[in-house]
Structure formats: C-alpha cells, structure tokens
Design a protein around this ligand. Sequence first.
Ligand code: ZN
Length: 113
Amino acid sequence: MHEQSIVTYLLSEAVSKAGKEKASRILSIKLVVGELTGIEKDSVIFYFGFLSKKTIAEGATLEFEYTKAQLRCRECDIIFPKDRSDFICPKCNKKVVEIVGGRELYIESMEVI
Ligand SMILES: [Zn+2]
C-alpha cells in the first residue's frame, strides 16, 4: 500500500464531504482502517500533514480505529477473527477460508466548523 496515494484520496473525500456541509474547516477526521490494509499510522499522519497544507483540512487531527481481519470458512460457513498467523478454520481445521473483513478503509466521521 502506498500511503501517499491513500492520503490523497482520503483528503479529497474529506474536503468534498466538508464542502457539501458548507464547512469552512475540518477539525478532525476519524478513519476506520482494516488491519489487512497494512497502512502505517505514522506514514498517514506524515503525508496528511504535508498534503493538507493550504486546504481546509490543514491542522486537522486524525483518529484511527482499527478493525480486525475476519475470515469465513467455506466449509462450515462460520465467520471468525483472524487471530493467528495462519488461515485455518478453528472448527474444521481446513484451509478453505476467505477474507470477509479487514481490508476496509474509509472516513467514519469528521468534525467540521
Ligand atoms: Zn471450517
């Protein structure tokens, strides 16, 4: 994942949302980040500080909420959190799982004035 392009995208989303609300400034942005995105918080903060200059989001604080990866077993049809490093179903011990969560990345909410 390239944080710079992600931040560019999130920033344009945030600015357009704020524009619809006729806000003059963005104070904070709460992001939901799936753990499988591999996005580094520090890089996001770094690029955000740099890319948001001279926009209404300049100086906004970023909050991060991480979501756990979720896997679904095709055999048993159960959904379970990925809390081990492997991709094995805890019920049938087969490796027939698919990823159903943990790749999300979106703006949950924003504080604007
Ligand atoms: Zn299973």
